[in-house]
Design a binder for this molecule. Structure first.
Ligand code: ARG
Length: 492
């Protein structure tokens, strides 16, 4: 009873220590009277732009000399802004629905992603002036041309939209009885449409046009949505109250508008890249993407296995120890980690802890996966040690062996045979589960898979390649592990 009580207190303690993280932003927010936002950027010498490059012609990726580069009209505008501010531009890519969180937690200085300055968003961020007006359309399969005319044809049907976007909310509000499915990436939406998971996609007009131009099986209809000016335009988002920065950016935007650079240069440039995307869409052509992805996946896995193993061993011995405090801390940790999803833990490390110390995405990923794995490894080791009959320890101790000696030479050598296979399982799932780090923009295999999808406008082939690569890696590891398992049996 008392033990349980200590455990519960420890878990509550753990939670309470995390609460302050939630408030840091409010304290650090700019107040308009002493707004340092512009001065800060100029002092740093870099302007960090957050975007989600799956939205041609606004922002998308293309291959240049085997490397992926971000292009599109938003990127061109941002380059001009950085030039006018006299700073360097740095681009951080992530899923669209993470962008405003990244802005509020200071991971990026501005968000530029074809974003509509909706009233709801205006409440939490400051927007620049409008720089482009697009409008909203619906993409459908060409074969359905006769069935769908505008938004009202989708009553009782299913449409798709990117998660966290204005289109998602608009479809829900303006089409009676419609089912709206959210997807993270533009390429996933197209794939869902082509495999008839959804009947149409609500998309910004220029982006819809880009997809339709690149895929002869798709076509486009006018949405006929009721739109305010804000809902059909794009603006740049800054942290709330960053008025000096917004004013400086507005100056650049005015200059761009005056010269009509968006229509005369930026959109044309974007168009030229869209064509190069369709030159060679074979998977071989993209081997470098997959190679880079698998490299990161292996890197994260290797580090996390290493740190997870060390942490797990420490936790296991803490939990097995007679010291009540050690035991309670370790139990609370293990229960807490096992009771929360890895995805949430990753976001917590990157965005939450990131409020206090700025940890890069890759490091955050490694930390989160290691912390997570530690809890599971601890249980595997504890289980293995507990599986050794008490009689063994008693016998060894009565022969006069010390406690440590007994653990090292009697219990552990036997326990390791029980631990090994379970540990192997843990490492194999770690390789697969590490794929979630792509949500914070780590360029692992899953991340690359999505890039290849949107670059080639092909849905299934990249998935198959990624699947095979994961299998090759986990299968080889499992072979290596069972080789050692076999050797351990002989050693007996
Ligand atoms: N305009 C829409 C919005 O603000 C969607 C923008 C999506 N952008 C992107 N880069 N994927 O909600």
């Amino acid at each position: 009873m008392k033990k349980k009580f200590i455990e519960i207190i420890a878990i509550i303690g753990l939670l309470v220590t995390m609460i302050p993280f939630g408030n840091v932003h409010a304290a650090g927010a700019n107040t308009s009277s002493n707004d340092q936002s512009l001065a800060k950027i100029q002092k740093k010498g870099v302007l960090v732009m957050g975007t989600s490059p799956d939205y041609a012609p606004y922002e998308f990726q293309t291959t240049k000399n085997g490397k992926s580069v971000d292009v599109g009209m938003d990127i061109s505008i941002a380059k001009q802004i950085a030039k006018d501010l006299g700073v360097k531009l740095e681009i951080k890519n992530m899923d669209f629905d993470s962008l405003l969180v990244a802005l509020q937690t200071g991971k990026v200085d501005m968000v530029m992603a074809g974003m509509n300055p909706t009233p709801a968003r205006r409440k939490s961020v400051t927007f620049s002036n409008i720089y482009y007006q697009g409008g909203q359309d619906i993409v459908i399969n060409k074969k359905d041309n006769k069935i769908y005319k505008n938004k009202d044809s989708f009553v009782n049907k299913t449409v798709g939209a990117q998660t966290g976007t204005m289109q998602y909310n608009m479809a829900k509000k303006q089409i009676p009885n419609v089912k709206v499915k959210g997807f993270d990436k533009g390429a996933d939406l197209i794939l869902a449409l082509q495999t008839n998971k959804i009947d149409g996609i609500v998309m910004e007009k220029p982006s819809a046009e880009a997809y339709v131009k690149n895929n002869s099986q798709l076509s486009l209809i006018n949405g006929n949505f009721n739109l305010s000016k804000d809902e059909s335009s794009s603006a740049i988002a800054f942290q709330k109250g960053s008025n000096t920065l917004a004013a400086a950016v507005n100056k650049s935007l005015a200059k761009i508008k005056k010269k009509d650079l968006i229509n005369k240069e930026y959109l044309k440039d974007a168009g030229s890249h869209m064509k190069t995307n369709t030159v060679d869409t074979s998977m071989w052509h993209y081997w470098k993407y997959f190679a880079k992805g698998i490299g990161y996946t292996l890197l994260i896995s290797a580090f996390s296995v290493f740190f997870g193993f060390i942490l797990g061993t420490i936790l296991a011995f803490m939990r097995l120890s007679r010291n009540k405090l050690f035991k309670a801390v370790s139990t609370a940790y293990i229960e807490f980690i096992r009771g929360t999803p890895l995805m949430v833990q990753i976001m917590f490390v990157y965005f939450g802890i990131g409020l206090v110390v700025n940890i890069p995405a890759l490091t955050s990923g490694i930390i989160a996966v290691s912390l997570n794995s530690g809890a599971y490894v601890a249980e595997v080791i504890r289980g293995g040690i507990n599986s050794i009959d008490k009689g063994q320890t008693e016998a060894a101790r009565s022969l006069g062996l010390s406690k440590n000696y007994t653990m090292r030479y009697v219990v552990l050598p036997q326990a390791i045979k029980n631990i090994w296979p379970a540990l192997g399982n843990e490492f194999i799932s770690l390789i697969k589960e590490s794929s979630i780090v792509s949500i914070i923009g780590v360029t692992d295999l899953i991340y690359q898979l999505k890039i290849v999808q949107s670059d080639t406008y092909r849905g299934v082939a990249p998935i198959v390649v990624a699947m095979l690569l994961y299998f090759v890696v986990t299968f080889s590891l499992s072979k290596v592990l069972s080789y050692f398992e076999g050797r351990m049996k002989h050693a007996n």
